[in-house]
Design a protein around this ligand. Sequence first.
Ligand code: KIV
Length: 270
Amino acid sequence: MPTVRDLHAKTGSEPITMLTAYDAPAAEVVDEAGVDVVLVGDSVGNTELGYETTLPVTVDEMASRVGAVSRATEDAMIVADMPFLSYGVDESESVANAGRMLKEEGAHAVKLESGPHTVDLTEKLVQLGIPVMAHLGLTPQHVNQYGGYPRQGTTQKAADRILELARDHEDAGAFSLVLEHVPSNLAADVTEELDVPTIGIGAGPHCDGQVLVFNDAVGLTEWSPSFSKQFGDVRGEMTAAVEDYVSAVEKREFPAEEHSHEETDLEDLY
Ligand code: KIV
């Protein structure tokens, strides 16, 4: 599996690839396709658990998904996203929650939606041996403050603040930084400024790597953000397969002989 060192070695020469995955089948697909980093994102809340936002996602829900992904992944680095309020309130609770993802579930690192409140925590986790991926720009756990999911860093003051926080997290020991939904020139400046790799989503082409939500990338979601791209039509494929199944059962075409056990004289069973 790629380590923090491998990612740093790639930085600036080859783009880093990251995709989310939330279960074993998706993790297998992502891993076999050669993605460098699998992020078990708290976006599982909207994409798979039917929540409107990521806020209700619990540590237990994340732990179960991280375990499934890590059991199915052979080569990629696994990053566990820490859910809302599972970090940043109480230090020892934050350490225990993050540590659980590595100790019990097989993650190699955690991601924290970052701000001034995560600088010291990042340092603490890194000192303890828990690699931290920082996340700046649009941090969806702040949806109630934003009133939606608007682009961030669009004024000079806001852009300066993101750059400053990026430096602070690098100094605290973060091994990489996700930049979400920010102007591409700001992402370019942050990428230029930091030694650690930046991984962008809706942040333009200048980051050291790119990340997308798996369900958006494969075309499983009905709606995806404008900065995302559907590289397939899995929803269409699944719908067609299920419709074919329903029709085959209704027409008594399934199960056919090859899907059935040979008829057995019941007496032979005893
Ligand atoms: O939860 C998530 O999927 C994320 C990515 C969009 C970076 O945080």
